[in-house]
Design a protein around this ligand. Sequence first.
Ligand code: Z5A
Length: 217
Amino acid sequence: MPTDKKGFFITIEGIEGVGKSTAANYIQSLLAEHSRPYVTTREPGGTEVAEAIRKILLVKRQEPVYPETELLLFFAGRMQHIQQVILPALAKGAWVICDRFTDASYAYQCGGRQMDESFVRSLEQNIQKELQPDLTLLLDAPHAVGHSRIEKRGETDRIEQEREAFFRRVREKYLQRATLYAHRYRVIDADKTLEEVQQQIKTALNEFLQSHDMKSL
Ligand code: Z5A
């Protein structure tokens, strides 16, 4: 971890529509209620340049976007985001609540697009250095659940238009990583009512705080 890190870095992961943004808003309200300083942010995005990269990534195009191009763009945005938002907030002692981070690159680019993990790992090492999430909440549900929740939005973006098999591989990769990095992952069953999901999130956060000898939320 960076030596001047004082806050906690919490990431929220999962396939499309499982409720990540809703979870980020809920955590934000819990932290505000308990007067804990926080910053909520997202990937791709989080800074002016990274939001511009997000648009490049998500707009549907005629020209094929190669998996390598896609991966490099995600990490280009991540570099801006880490330097401009994440590290300064952590150094000030704020909690950083981030809707997706590098686990998404492993899940989508390695799981979904079947890229070699070594490419992601080398970018991770070069861009993040020692920065890793303290806690990753994986909102897990079958693709059909998330998909039906966002269907009403109508228009899909470039990645959302992938087929079901792609999202099945993404979900499997997330679950594999949750086992591999069990010390920082908590799997939340997202195929539940909003109240039940929020209860699971609160429990996970309080267990995390307890393990750091800190007061519950
Ligand atoms: N991507 C990548 O490939 N590699 C990377 O490194 C990174 C990202 C960082 C953009 O992500 C795309 O980038 C994404 C992965 C890729 N592509 N896909 N697919 P994004 O995060 O911007 O987009 P998203 O994953 O599609 O997120 P989303 O559509 O915003 O969904 P969400 O945040 O998980 O869900 P939500 O907005 O909180 O909830 C959806 C609806 O469900 C909403 O109406 C809620 O009120 C409702 N909801 C939430 N929880 C519940 C429960 N428990 N019950 C019922 N209804 C609920």
